[in-house]
Design a protein around this ligand. Sequence first.
Ligand code: ATP
Ligand code: MG
Length: 352
Amino acid sequence: MNSEDNVRPLVSADADFEERTFESALRPKTLAEFGGQRRVSEQLELVLHAARGRNGVPDHVLLSGPPGLGKTTLAMIIASELSAPLRITSGPAIQHAGDLAAILSGLSEGEVLFLDEIHRMSRPAEELLYMAMEDFRVDVIVGKGPGATAIPLEIPPFTLVGATTRAGLLPGPLRDRFGFTGHLEFYEASELERIINRSAELLQVDMTAEGGAEIASRSRGTPRIANRLLRRVRDYAQVRADGIITLALAKAALDLYEVDRMGLDRLDRGVLDALCRRFGGGPVGLSTLAVAVGEERETVEEVAEPFLVRSGYLARTPRGRVATPAAWRHLGLNVPKNATFADTLFDADDDA
Ligand SMILES: Nc1ncnc2c1ncn2[C@@H]1O[C@H](COP(=O)(O)OP(=O)(O)OP(=O)(O)O)[C@@H](O)[C@H]1O
Ligand SMILES: [Mg+2]
């Protein structure tokens, strides 16, 4: 269970089980339907097209990037574009090499094996995977101790699709065995708008273009959040209005849910507020900041900070957390003349 689940269900990029079930209804089924990520999707289209032309299996594919950007969706699209069966498993589910050997030996020719959270697989399983990826063969160890023997087992050609939010944690030898790596980036607002429009159609929700754009701009570059906000705004439209999502309605609903125009929620704003109003913009240590907002250190660091840093509101410096001028402005405060900004903390040596 992720710490985000209890702190901030609304703008968390992670999804719980119930949401994942719901999400499957909104998943695009083909590359053409998959909006955004133009580069990755074009490259992938080539890889798949070429493999189909050769009547062979495509190279193994690694998909990396933050949660909620479409890794699982793409894995399913790969299988459906190849008209191949899909097997789904995940790193944490494979604790012993034997677990993996069993899955691999049960694959049929051309099958797509989706291995989610591949960075969380155990070491022995990882080594077995190397051989399977390269030679379509695994050594099954029978017996224990000095009497143990390795029995080589052929496995049919398959395509591994690995997904990870932490590509940096993958050992080099594993990364090198993927013929294609696609790194997913956060989406542009215009791309999210198209995704929201598509979802609204599937959910049979009436929405104006401006209403959709408003939801998109508060979705933190993440389709999962966009779809979630759309559902919440739909609830609001249904209960408090005539069911139609207009600009005014989207604004009112998202204000009620405390997701502001940049996609910041209460925790994010609380952190910025403490940083600016109580510590003069910093630098201030993480623990002190966490106490000031009444949260765990980890919550501030892992839940709030990544998006604040990414949006240019907060900087992590050697001396502590610092608010940027944009943070002051976002809170509607004047940028103080004597505040310490991150660039002055980093550039001190260059100036000397
Ligand atoms: N390009 C896209 N077009 C339309 N919908 C998308 C796109 N990318 C993601 N989505 C939607 O966003 C939701 C989350 O996507 P997905 O489950 O593929 O993310 P993920 O990268 O696998 O996340 P996690 O790291 O948490 O597993 C799904 O409902 C999916 O339909
Ligand atoms: Mg996924």
